[in-house]
Write a protein that binds this ligand. Sequence first.
Ligand SMILES: Nc1ncnc2c1ncn2[C@@H]1O[C@H](COP(=O)(O)OP(=O)(O)OP(=O)(O)O)[C@@H](O)[C@H]1O
Length: 275
Amino acid sequence: MSRLYSDIFTNRASTGQASADLSEAHPKFAVNKVDFWYPGKQALYNISLTIPERSVVAFIGPSGCGKSTLLRVLNRMNDLIDGTRHTGDVNLDGKNIFAPEVNLVDLRRRVGMVFQKSNPFPKSIYENVVFGPRVAGQRDRARLDYLVERCLKQSALWNEVKDRLHTSALALSGGQQQRLCIARALATDPEVLLMDEPASALDPKSTNAIEDLIFELKKDYTIVIVTHNMQQAARVSDVTAFFFEGKLVESGLTEKIFTRPTQRQTEDYITGRFG
Ligand SMILES: Nc1ncnc2c1ncn2[C@@H]1O[C@H](COP(=O)(O)OP(=O)(O)OP(=O)(O)O)[C@@H](O)[C@H]1O
């Protein structure tokens, strides 16, 4: 089994992209004994997991195992669905995100989200990037210009679009639209980026660009990515968490999970024997 992924880890080591030592890392998120229910259906069972600051954590597992649900717990997006409930705690920088005093707008500013299907607004590239800051009341043109340049550079899109900032975002390619959505998410100065299969609708070249970008972004941000692509999880993440039927089967450093998992279910999944 190790041969399937060992090339990826050898390559990461030789290009300086091996997983960071996270033993001393600050726990950005600490998920503690979380159960979660949709109306009439329990989707998560007793999940405990730490997400180290400035790392990339991959959630993997077969369809319906609860990956996206847990992702949406982290910025309370599930609150938008009627009749959901949970038990357990989720701490962000040591503070419970379910505490009554938590401001949801602020939580979602700190914990931004990028979706599977890129969803730019039918506006110009510029207006897409400044959307969040404008809603938050930012009117200073020079500040908005600065944000557009900074975020498009961070999302590795600047060179491709700098001469057409005021043209429609919908004219961009799928891969460019996804990088624009990342730029839009960065414009509100988040601390964490949640990415739900951000490259699953993209061709290999655009997927590559997103993976390189994730690697760059983790220098400044904490990233949680849901992916069905095992090789992608092995390429980009530091920590991998494997879920099955709403339970966390195993989590740990990505290289260990992919080369020496402790659970049979994990091994079966990453070697393609099920799922
Ligand atoms: N809005 C919802 N209402 C009711 N049940 C839901 C809702 N969203 C998800 N579920 C159920 O919760 C369980 C977990 O779904 P979730 O989307 O978190 O899984 P997933 O691992 O992300 O799946 P996939 O890989 O297919 O995206 C599934 O059984 C799903 O049917």
